[in-house]
Design a protein around this ligand. Structure first.
Ligand SMILES: Cc1ncc(COP(=O)(O)O)c(C=O)c1O
Length: 480
């Protein structure tokens, strides 16, 4: 490497926040890059002369104050977009991915009153018991540092088997459980096993976008089935043949319906008749408020045509990236092979910690506490919304889960994005629902998903007061 190349790379790295405080030493860099120490020192002097770093005799080179950024606080325009001309053509999946629109919520500027959905507040995390469980995982004696069973550790699969039976009535063999990196990897495994160019998958419309995008990337044909306040309109499947059907029957995402028993039975019959596999995503089935527990589809199926998937994302936190699939017995071997080829296995320390956490009763205790806590926040949100917006809104899907959908009767659908942007510019975050629909949005008014699992309880009231003022100004601009 030459002076010029080292200088250019270090300068870009400094601008991108790669070195929050200090640069590596000249000795270390010279050794790793295979150049003389003098070359690296000359580069450092040049960077100092240009104002990027500060040099002090006997101390490590320090990034100049102005450039000491947090690592993810990147500056725009520094890295040029690499040319793809000389790269091979994208695969079918690559082409699909390049066309997809993916919301990157974590790229948005934070707002004070954020009714985002999907995340769980840090304050709700059971830090003390999780720390103990991680500690136990690090000290557990039977554990070795070798590669382990790709389907997951037996201790965790046993603990989950017990939990699923106690909490959700799911009675399976621990061997049917495959530990995954969240629900997302379970969906990926399903897509790899069953979907291809000539295959068909039926989906709820509106649908969880991460599932829809994943199935779209698999090149399969997507068939969008409408949803009403009770969930998937199963009658619409009558004239349809599909290899898979993906459903969220406990709490339809995003509209919140719970699939009634007659529809469940009909769906299972349909799958049996057509040789289809039902993918049941029970992502937040633990949270229900004004209703009795309803048994997962998996429990109604004795014909091995339901795969049940879920994760700890809504109970502990999505950052843990542990989920699982309960697969029909005939699929255990192939699903285990798919998991092994995708990433060998999920993180072993986390797997042991989770098994410890479940076996010691912390998981179910935490669920009971969280259910109470979120029931209280939900009550405040629902009564607050009624107080501030009254008949101007209609709320769907509040009986279960961690989010609701709020329809604003006086805002037309075409103004949805404008309203979101206007609120965001005043530090209120709500999220449009229309992007989750594909073909079957029948409402003409704007709808928004409002989550209540990550906002602090004390921010709900002031957040709604601000929402009310902004709403009035939006529908009657003379108030602005
Ligand atoms: C419908 C649905 N399924 C699953 C998940 C969880 O995904 P993961 O387990 O990959 O974190 C979410 C998260 O918001 C969801 O909305």
């Amino acid at each position: 490497m030459k002076f010029k190349d080292i200088h250019s790379v270090l300068k870009t790295q400094i601008l991108n926040g790669v070195y929050p405080v200090h640069l590596p030493s000249t000795r270390y860099l010279a050794g790793e890059l295979g150049v003389s120490r003098t070359t690296v020192s000359l580069v450092f002097e040049q960077l100092a002369a240009e104002g990027y770093i500060e040099l002090k005799q006997g101390a490590r080179a320090k990034v100049a104050g102005e450039f000491s950024l947090k690592p993810d606080d990147k500056r725009g325009g520094v890295a040029s977009i690499p040319s793809v001309d000389r790269l091979p053509r994208l695969s079918g999946m690559g082409e699909q991915l390049s066309q997809l629109s993916m919301d990157m919520k974590y790229r948005l500027e934070p707002v004070l009153y954020d009714f985002s959905y999907g995340d769980i507040a840090k304050a709700n995390f059971p830090t003390r018991h999780w720390r103990q469980s991680l500690h136990a995982a690090m000290s557990s004696s039977p554990f070795t540092y070798d590669y382990q069973d790709p389907a997951g550790l037996a201790v965790l699969r046993n603990a989950l088997q017990g939990y699923l039976w106690r909490a959700r009535g799911v009675n399976c063999d621990p061997d049917q459980i495959i530990i995954t990196s969240g629900t997302q990897q379970a969906l990926d495994i399903v897509a790899r096993l069953f979907l291809d160019r000539q295959r068909r998958v039926a989906l709820e419309d509106p649908c969880y976008k991460m599932a829809k995008n994943l199935f779209a990337a698999s090149m399969a044909e997507l068939i969008h089935i409408p949803v009403d306040e009770q969930g998937l309109m199963v009658d619409h499947l009558d004239t349809i043949k599909a290899d898979l059907v993906y459903v969220t029957p406990s709490h339809q995402f995003p509209l919140g319906g719970t699939l009634p028993i007659e529809r469940r039975m009909k769906l299972i019959d349909w799958a049996r008749q057509h040789g289809s596999l039902i993918i049941e995503d029970d992502y937040d089935g633990e949270y229900r408020y004004d209703m009795k527990p309803i048994s997962p589809l998996f429990n109604f199926s004795d014909a091995d045509n339901v795969m049940y998937i879920s994760s700890v994302s809504k109970i502990l936190a999505p950052v843990i990236r542990l989920g699982f699939m309960v697969v029909p017995k005939g699929l255990v071997d192939v699903a285990r092979k798919a998991k092994a080829l995708l990433d060998r296995q999920s993180g072993v320390f986390e797997q042991i910690a989770l098994s410890h956490f479940i076996s010691n009763g912390h998981y179910e205790r935490h669920i009971r506490q969280s259910r109470k806590h979120f029931a209280d926040i939900r009550r405040r949100l629902l009564s607050g919304l009624t107080d501030v917006l009254g008949n101007d809104i209609r709320i769907s899907g509040s009986a279960a889960g961690l989010h609701i959908v709020v329809w604003f009767n006086r805002i037309p659908k075409r103004d949805e994005a404008g309203f979101v942007a206007y609120l965001r510019s005043h530090s209120v975050g709500i999220y449009p629902v229309s992007g989750l629909f594909t073909q079957h949005q029948t409402t003409d008014c704007a709808g928004f998903v409002m989550g209540y699992s990550s906002i602090h309880a004390d921010l709900i009231h002031p957040g709604l007061i601000r929402l009310q003022a902004l709403y009035r100004a939006f529908v009657e601009p003379s108030n602005r």
